[in-house]
Design a protein around this ligand. Structure first.
Ligand code: AGP
Length: 605
């Protein structure tokens, strides 16, 4: 998804912008550009389709002096990914340069009106209208111009702009698209994401919807929608800067997969009282979730799959009716939400447009809201009535791994907490197993050589099927998504009992079938389905618990997870599936951390 970086201060802007954009590469993009306001009053622009390396090459050794500038990585929504559509954009006379994240929904009518007034457009983007609208405010102070322009815009935007007429000012505006100000000493930054500026400052002001900001080298001032100055204080970001970097691994994804034992530790830290048989979640006390009529989990992609695990556990352990819905479906389906319900929005980024819209829809219908998110200060984090953070640390690879396992563990803890609030006994032994999860995950991850070999064998398959029942089915869905998104192999997950209702027709000799079989009550049923596909020549790889020696007889290969309570099995059984996807993508020579067509944070509908 698009990224923004801006700088104003005593240093040369260009290196800061390019380095900041590189830190946003993980978000996924298809073009990049910068605009620097030189001392002579000219705005120098360079923009290119492709990677930031292409932009660097395009700039080459040319001198681009200037101490104020804006930069952008674009993920195309309106108009193809080419040089013209890359940001920054200008009006007719090149007086203003702007970058924008989000979508201007009324851009067609604005463009028609501007064209009728004589403006000439150079790109196909929705963004360019903002530059032309600014031009119509020529003569006014830059901040006031931007404030006036935002009144014409419908949709979502994070905008940063500079002007030849005000060389000491950078302005910005936010509506439903993240934007933060980095506060330095004698210099200020603007960025869509904190990692872009973390090397320069840890003090950030998070803009709210409707805010406009004016940055000079010495100060950043924020104004709310009605134009009054805001007194919002900077937050200090405690992240280790290296946590956002690769730490010696070839890809962020493998680093993040291998971090999961630590993520389990962090997620459970301070939340377990094993002796007392309690899970402590003070963050949700005020919501009184145990007396909720019904829970609605809304999420997209991997987070939706975590939500499916959450539903099964909350219903199974706490016996509260729970529905899990895809965010983009929920928001338009006239959902049956009533006062007394609670909506749980699950999202790594906290910025997924459909999940945010679903949360708002639920709230509008009277539900109280809980965000389960990995990013503090994100839109969901700020909008929900309560927040249960997932504590996975920054996740950079587009394909989610550690955020997923921290989501499922967080939802498991929530299920246990709700059970205890409803007077049900929580097994101490289960809580002890949560404490033991990191050690078990370590054992499992040490088998990665075996999984790498398997990935080599399946890397050229045409179709791969994942089957399972109950919690195993929820994990199968995540396994197939992971494989598809980074290896580009076609994969499909099925509730194992559904095979004979159609998909069995696709099973032919040699087709890999990954069968998850960790749930005692369902294992015989799943074994029958494994037998059915094997009889048709499928190559069955079973994933089961260590003690289940019988699996050997029903599969061509078996990957064993350390013995674990069934409720916690998803937290372990997904690990070999993440590794399988990772090594298959590596074997196929793919760009693992930045898969084609995908973005880390989907902030548009
Ligand atoms: C995960 O591997 C995917 N890239 C994607 O499905 C992701 O989970 C989805 O876009 C939701 O993102 P969120 O958790 O940030 O809301």
């Amino acid at each position: 998804m698009c990224g923004i970086v801006g700088y104003i201060g005593p240093q040369e802007a260009l290196p800061i912008l390019l380095e900041g954009l590189e830190r946003l590469e993980y978000r996924g993009y298809d073009s990049a550009g910068v605009a620097v306001l030189g001392g002579d009053g000219d705005i120098l622009v360079s923009k290119r389709a492709g990677r930031i390396a292409d932009l660097r090459e395009h700039i080459g050794a040319s001198e681009v002096p200037g101490r104020i500038g804006i930069g952008h990585t674009r993920w195309a929504t309106h108009g193809r990914p080419n040089d013209e559509n890359a940001h920054p954009h200008f009006g007719c006379d090149g007086r203003y340069a702007i970058v924008h994240n989000g979508i201007i929904e009324n851009y067609t009518e604005l463009r028609q009106a501007l064209t009728a007034r004589g403006h000439v457009f150079r790109s196909e983007t929705d963004t360019e209208v903002v530059a032309h609208l600014l031009e119509e405010e020529k003569g006014r102070p830059l901040l006031e111009s931007l404030q006036r322009v935002t009144r014409h815009l419908r949709g979502s935007y994070a905008i940063a702009a500079i002007s030849r007429d005000e060389p000491g000012t950078l302005v910005a505006a936010r509506e439903q698209s993240p934007l933060v100000i980095g506060v330095g000493r004698g210099e200020q930054f603007i960025a869509s994401d904190i990692p872009a500026i973390l090397r320069h400052t840890r003090d950030v002001v998070i803009l709210e919807d409707g805010d406009c900001a004016q940055l000079t080298a010495d100060a950043a001032q924020v104004f709310t929608r009605d134009g009054s100055p805001s007194t919002r204080q900077p937050l200090h970001v405690a992240w280790d800067v290296h946590a956002a970097e690769k730490g010696g691994y070839e890809h962020f994804m493998i680093k993040e997969i291998l971090e999961q034992p630590q993520v389990f530790r962090e997620t459970a830290r301070g939340r377990l009282d094993v002796e007392g048989g309690r899970v402590i979640l003070p963050e949700i006390d005020e919501l009184d979730m145990a007396s909720a009529r019904k829970l609605h989990i809304v999420a997209c992609g991997t987070s939706y799959h975590a939500g499916l695990v959450g539903k099964a556990l909350i219903e199974g352990i706490a016996r509260i009716e729970t529905r899990t819905e895809i965010g983009s479906e929920f928001r338009y389906q006239d959902p049956l939400v009533e006062e007394g319900d609670i909506l749980i929005a699950v999202s790594q980024s906290g910025e997924t447009a459909d999940t945010i819209a679903a949360l708002r829809e639920g709230r509008r219908r009277g539900a109280r809201t809980l965000a389960v998110t990995n990013v503090r200060g994100s839109s969901l984090d700020r909008e929900a009535d309560a927040v249960l953070p997932t504590l996975a640390g920054p996740e950079i690879a587009v394909a989610s791994s550690k955020a997923y396992t921290s989501q499922i563990l967080t939802l498991t803890l929530l299920a246990l907490h709700l059970a205890q609030k409803r007077g049900r006994t929580v097994r101490r032994e289960l809580l002890q197993q949560v404490v033991d999860l990191p050690a078990k995950a370590d054992v499992l991850l040490s088998l990665r050589g075996e999984i790498e070999a398997l990935a080599g064998r399946i890397a050229q398959a045409k179709d791969i099927f994942y089957i399972g029942r109950g919690l195993d089915y929820a994990v199968a869905l995540e396994g197939q998504l992971k494989l598809k998104e980074i290896s580009y192999l076609h994969a499909e997950a099925l509730a194992a009992g559904e095979l004979k209702h159609g998909t069995l027709a696709l099973i032919e000799p040699g087709v890999p079938v990954i069968a998850l079989c960790t749930q005692t009550r369902l294992r015989e049923k799943t074994i029958s389905n494994m037998t059915e596909v094997r009889a048709r020549g499928a190559h069955v790889v079973a994933i089961g618990q260590a003690h289940d020696e019988e699996l050997e007889r029903h599969a061509d290969e078996v990957l064993r997870i350390p013995d674990v309570a069934e409720e916690l099995a998803p937290a372990l059984s997904v690990l070999p599936l993440q590794l399988l996807a990772y090594y298959a993508a590596v074997a196929r020579g793919n760009d693992v951390d930045k898969p084609r067509n995908l973005a880390k944070s989907v902030t548009v509908e």
